[in-house]
Design a protein around this ligand. Sequence first.
Ligand code: PBG
Length: 345
Amino acid sequence: MRPYHACMADRLAGFPTRRPRRLRTTPAMRELVAETRLDVADLIAPLFVREAIDDAIEISSLPGVYQHTVDSLRREVAGLADRGVRAVMLFGVPAQKDAVGSGAFDPEGIVQVALEALRADLGDDVVLMADLCVDEYTDHGHCGIVRDDGDVDNDATLEIYGRAAVAQANAGAHVVAPSGMMDGQVGHIRGALDDAGHDGVSILGYSAKYASGLYGPFRDAVDVTIAGGGDRKGYQQDPRNAREALVEVAADLAEGADMVMVKPALAYLDIIHEVRRHVDVPLAAYHVSGEYSMIKAAAANGWIDHDTVALEHLTSIKRAGADLILTYLTGWFAERAAELDGRAG
Ligand code: PBG
């Protein structure tokens, strides 16, 4: 191979030896040399199921996303499965909230009821994941037990998480996904699952989860307001920190996480890239509610093209190093992929 400076000299002399545009000449050529491919099997659909409603309710800040009844959820998941979606992540919206978030571990809690129904419908055809946290179920909106001084009590919260994990596994979850950012949560949940005979249930850790403003629409989706105008900065990561994400990921892996996640995705592509360099387990990224809403809002105003930007977001997250993407765009992508397949056939 000729030294680089020699190539540069040729270029400067007007004899370019390399012209990258040759590989961009036709759609077939571009397809041939594409380094990143997005497949419907890479995507996980986040879905909401709400207790005590008769019909699905569209979430105004998340157009096209619904708070489902158990029945409408069953239809939704069956439709996604038909289009090749391999995994869903369930979030519950209970009718009653309390100080400890009992709905998260009650065997009759809404997510447990939904898991049982889906497992009965689909068996092992779709990987059933359950978000494991209590903020949707607590009246104060925090991800754990709040002490008198207002701080979230880490170890008291772990007890509740352990119970929620067992309830979800009993109901048929294949994967539990702790998202509360309590220290030691993965190890505690692993122990609780194993003690209950669920050593085959996997843990997807929301390992590097940032205290982000991009979760706004999600909080509408699960009817959560943090008491007293509070925030989650006492447990979620500071957006200024990158190395700290590796500390969190290493801790989760040491405690037995089978897969890890970075969240949100687009403002954290550097974190996804860095975590990818350090771990060999499957890496997920969460394209969160605000990321989805920004596309929908700008597209509705005619400011950007929805499909182009949606595809660009998902492709970039994969290019940065994520194997799996949790995204509200899953249904859209699966539909689009099915249409493209149809055309090719
Ligand atoms: C916590 C949880 C949140 C999201 C997923 N799990 C909210 C939060 O931490 O405030 C946000 C997901 C999204 O914005 O799409 N149970």
